[in-house]
Design a protein around this ligand. Structure first.
Ligand code: HEC
Ligand code: HEC
Ligand code: HEC
Ligand code: HEC
Ligand code: HEC
Length: 213
């Protein structure tokens, strides 16, 4: 009789505690690390180390050169490798990163870019509806032209969408400036916005079937 009798219960107590702790851990991870909390700043490793800061910032290539569908359709789309080859058939051809691009092109296998911005299926979004009414990329994606690696800038939550739909004026500019991410209005942003809201007949809706159809 080295151990008192109550110690017989230790295995059962240990099992119950382990069960409770495990569930608490799962809850904490599920709650804090679920997409709602992680999406802003989401910045996955991409298969090719392509830099917006270099191409769109330093070199000043317009967003629409690569995201050519953005004014025409609901998706902006990621460019096919052909677009890269317009330059990289001759530029930096021996760089290991460009070798990956050239190989993808030669074999006809698309580069597997990791998708960053993604709404749930039940929410409807449309790029052309925004950019053609003078909403710049910078309002929703931030200073992409200063990012070496793209990261999510806005939460893309329903309340975030609605905040702008309820009071869009300060987010509207001349359509000619939608890809000029550095631009700021000279005077008051609301005053400037109201001018273009009138010109483009902007009428933002907040009824449910605008975004849930
Ligand atoms: C030379 C081509 C090129 C230009 C110019 C370019 N992009 Fe991109 N863009 C890409 C490629 C390739 C990807 C996918 C890889 C990545 O995410 O970095 C991408 C990804 C993105 C994404 C993230 C897509 C996702 O998965 O959610 C956004 C947002 C974006 N670009 C916005 C812009 C904006 C805004 C501009 C203009 C300031 C711009 N891009 C200019 C090629 C380009
Ligand atoms: C308009 C021409 C142009 C287009 C289009 C273009 N690039 Fe570039 N890219 C350049 C130039 C110029 C450089 C090199 C700058 C320098 O001298 O370091 C470069 C550099 C790079 C580098 C860095 C290479 C290294 O090792 O330094 C990568 C990676 C790259 N580009 C990928 C891409 C991808 C992917 C696309 C297509 C989505 C693309 N580029 C489209 C002109 C272009
Ligand atoms: C009003 C906000 C808003 C504006 C303005 C906007 N985007 Fe987006 N963008 C989004 C949202 C939301 C998504 C995710 C869409 C989805 O999952 O259906 C997205 C996704 C993307 C993607 C990923 C591929 C795709 O088509 O879904 C690219 C690339 C992109 N945007 C580029 C741009 C560029 C370039 C501009 C400016 C010319 C721009 N965006 C303007 C909100 C915006
Ligand atoms: C920065 C301001 C802004 C943000 C953020 C924004 N929107 Fe919009 N949205 C607008 C403007 C401006 C229009 C154009 C209204 C019009 O057609 O006159 C618009 C139009 C739309 C339309 C087209 C409506 C129609 O009549 O067909 C849809 C759909 C839409 N937005 C969905 C979304 C969703 C979903 C989000 C969030 C992921 C979002 N918007 C975020 C400003 C914004
Ligand atoms: C301007 C666009 C827009 C409008 C208008 C809108 N929603 Fe949403 N809604 C969204 C987006 C985007 C999401 C997805 C957000 C996310 O990823 O969590 C969403 C998500 C939801 C969800 C899922 C739960 C959640 O919060 O994520 C419900 C339920 C919902 N909406 C109901 C409604 C109802 C009811 C209305 C009308 C009173 C409405 N929505 C109007 C854009 C909109």
């Amino acid at each position: 009789m080295v151990f008192p009798k109550w110690t017989n219960k230790i295995p059962a107590i240990a099992a119950v505690s382990a069960f409770i702790i495990l569930n608490a851990l799962i809850f904490v991870f599920w709650y804090w690390f679920s997409p709602k909390h992680l999406n802003v700043g989401y910045m996955p490793e991409q298969p090719v180390h392509y830099s917006h800061k270099l191409h769109a910032g330093t070199m000043g290539i317009d967003c629409r050169y690569c995201h050519f569908n953005v004014e025409r359709g609901s998706f902006a789309g990621v460019p096919p490798t052909e677009v890269c080859m317009n330059c990289h058939t001759t530029v930096k051809t021996s760089s290991p990163e460009i070798v990956k691009v050239r190989e993808a092109f030669a074999t006809g296998t698309p580069i597997k870019w990791v998708r960053i911005h993604k709404l749930p299926e039940f929410a409807y979004f449309n790029h052309s509806a925004h950019v053609n009414k003078g909403v710049s990329c910078v309002e929703c994606h931030g200073r992409i032209d200063q990012m070496d690696v793209v990261r999510e800038f806005a939460p893309l939550s329903m309340s975030w969408c609605l905040d702008c739909h309820r009071a869009p004026a300060s987010h509207i500019r001349d359509r000619k400036l939608i890809t000029n991410l550095a631009w700021h209005p000279d005077g008051d942003a609301v005053e400037n916005g109201l001018k273009f809201m009138e010109k483009y007949h902007v009428n933002t809706r907040t009824d449910c079937n605008t975004c849930h159809r």
